[in-house]
Design a protein around this ligand. Structure first.
Ligand SMILES: C[S@@+](CC[C@H](N)C(=O)[O-])C[C@H]1O[C@@H](n2cnc3c(N)ncnc32)[C@H](O)[C@@H]1O
Length: 505
């Protein structure tokens, strides 16, 4: 969240004639926002009611998970929805050569015995999932999972557990804005050493779950694990998988550490293990629209989480006055138009025997039907750096959302509010100004009081100086993590006529 580019704008860059015009209006001048040209001819579909009345239960067990978006999510869709392909992620092993060509053995009837691609999964109908998310968003994730139809949802540390059929997992991959990935639990229990883990891995019917032609990679995540070498454990799990394949089929899958077709994850704590199939592959925050990098971008899951935590509703004007690459605006516009965040990507569950292309196509078609046509939205973005106007514009364009959002160049301490009321959601820069950070925060607080009466501001920062220097009393402080960085999300309510620090209420 630090920013290297917090310099006054030197030249204006626009992406659309309108934004160009706004940028040209005057350098660093508090220019007007474009009037909203909202297309009233198109009906605004109502979002499904959030299941706020179903608070997630606190996880009292061990830390739930390995690893650590709002969504107006899908309407409660049809009873059964389906799911999709192709991840990339590092793993603990290097690429290994396949010992034999990936020919499939024949069974007694001369049929190919593997890989077995069946419409009906061999796994039990009710599966257990662990869904990691950025820390601090577990309860929001639990609500989102419940909205998507998950059963037995329990928020834990770094994610939430839930149950459902395999189509639920596809739906979470397609629709969740907060989830980092979806893990399907295949085994769990106690362990003492690596041999225990090897034996339990060997017992699993891996070739029922995926074909020998699929590549694998094993990753181990551990908390308080007494074993000496996690690399060795990882190797033992891989051995267990390939040995079981050899037993069953006489051949083994190859390892591809970079882009495995089937990523396998082992989670270890002090004395218990859980073995998962990773159904997502590449983390779900990679929506496929970030084409132009910006310094210190917010993770998409976290951006969506901020919007959910703020209680923002798509009818409320939204402004990110320090938008950088525009992540918050993008997530907000996707929510407003009910766009499924996973539509532009593939998932590793597409490589499993449980994958059903017909069901998955239907689920995607449902999502397409639920998506509203792009229209101008009351969503505004601003940055002092003209390169960020360009970056945000390119990212919005890649998502097909450029015309939905108003962008302009400007200094947050000088711009006027784009309306009489609304919500600011933003992550201010920090950490690069060093001793002048507190002056910036004070200027930001003054500007909010001066120019944004009637608005509320939700600002995330990891800087302990921030709440002290901004000179406003926070009505909420929500602990969150931006990767390893501990942050707080602060809510400030700008009451008209209030210029002094005063506790709300
Ligand atoms: C931490 S980054 C925001 C990253 C953004 N949320 C994203 O996901 O890409 C902070 C941004 O604030 C901008 N900024 C710094 N000072 C500013 C000011 N006075 N007015 C407006 N924007 C400013 C920087 O140019 C930078 O893009």
């Amino acid at each position: 969240m630090t920013d290297q580019n917090d310099k006054p704008a030197r030249k204006k860059l626009g992406l659309t004639p309108k934004n160009d015009g706004e940028a040209r209006e005057g350098k660093r001048k508090p220019t007007r926002w474009s009037p909203l040209q909202r297309d009233r001819s198109k009906p605004v579909a109502k979002k499904p009611a959030a299941t706020e009345d179903r608070p997630a239960r606190e996880d009292k067990r061990r830390p739930s998970g390995p690893g650590t978006g709002q969504g107006t999510g899908p309407r409660p869709a049809r009873e059964r929805d389906a799911g999709a392909s192709g991840p990339r992620r590092p793993a603990a092993e290097g690429r290994e050569e396949r010992k034999r060509p990936p020919t499939r053995p024949r069974d007694e009837d001369g049929e190919h015995a593997a890989p077995r691609r069946r419409a009906t999964p061999a796994a039990p109908a009710q599966l257990k999932f662990f869904v990691p998310c950025p820390r601090g968003l577990e309860h929001e994730l639990a609500r989102e999972l419940a909205e998507l139809g998950a059963g037995e949802v329990v928020a834990g540390s770094g994610g939430a557990r839930c149950t459902g059929d395999i189509a639920l997992a596809w739906k979470i991959n397609l629709w969740s804005r907060l989830a980092i990935r979806v893990l399907q639990e295949v085994a769990d229990g106690n362990y003492r050493d690596e041999d225990d883990l090897y034996r339990v891995t060997l017992k699993q019917p891996w070739s029922d779950w995926f074909g020998v032609d699929k590549t694998i990679a094993v990753r181990t995540v551990a908390h308080n694990c007494p074993l000496k070498s996690l690399n060795f454990v990882t190797l033992k799990i891989k051995d267990g998988v390939v040995d079981r394949f050899r037993q069953d089929l006489g051949e083994r899958p190859s390892v591809d550490a970079r882009e495995p077709g089937v990523p396998i994850l082992l989670y270890l704590d002090n004395d218990r293990f859980t073995l998962y199939l990773d159904l997502s592959g590449e983390p779900l925050n990679r929506r496929g629209y970030r084409v132009e990098p910006a310094p210190a971008p917010l993770n998409e899951n976290l951006a969506a989480g901020l919007l959910r935590l703020s209680g923002w509703h798509p009818d409320t004007p939204l402004l990110d006055p320090m938008m950088g690459g525009g992540t918050i605006l993008l997530e907000a516009a996707m929510m407003a138009l009910n766009m499924a965040p996973g539509m532009k990507r593939h998932f590793t569950f597409e490589n499993l025997a449980s994958f059903d292309k017909v069901e998955w196509t239907r689920l995607r078609k449902d999502a397409e039907a639920l998506r509203q046509e792009p229209r101008q939205l009351p969503i505004y973005g601003c940055d002092i750096d003209p390169h960020m106007i360009r970056a945000a514009g390119l990212n919005l364009k890649a998502a097909g959302l450029l015309d939905c959002v108003v962008l302009r160049e400007g200094d947050v301490t000088e711009i006027p509010a784009p309306g009489e009321h609304g919500m600011i959601v933003s992550n201010p820069p920090y950490g690069v100004r060093l001793d002048s950070d507190s002056a910036f925060y004070k200027g930001l607080g003054d500007a909010l009081k001066r120019n944004f009466a009637g608005w509320s501001a939700w600002l995330i920062s990891s800087d302990a100086e921030f709440p002290k220097s901004i000179g406003l009393a926070a009505s909420k402080r929500i602990p969150l993590y931006n990767g390893p960085l501990e942050c707080r999300l602060y809510e400030y309510r700008m009451v008209a006529g209030t210029m002094r620090k005063k506790a709300p209420g």
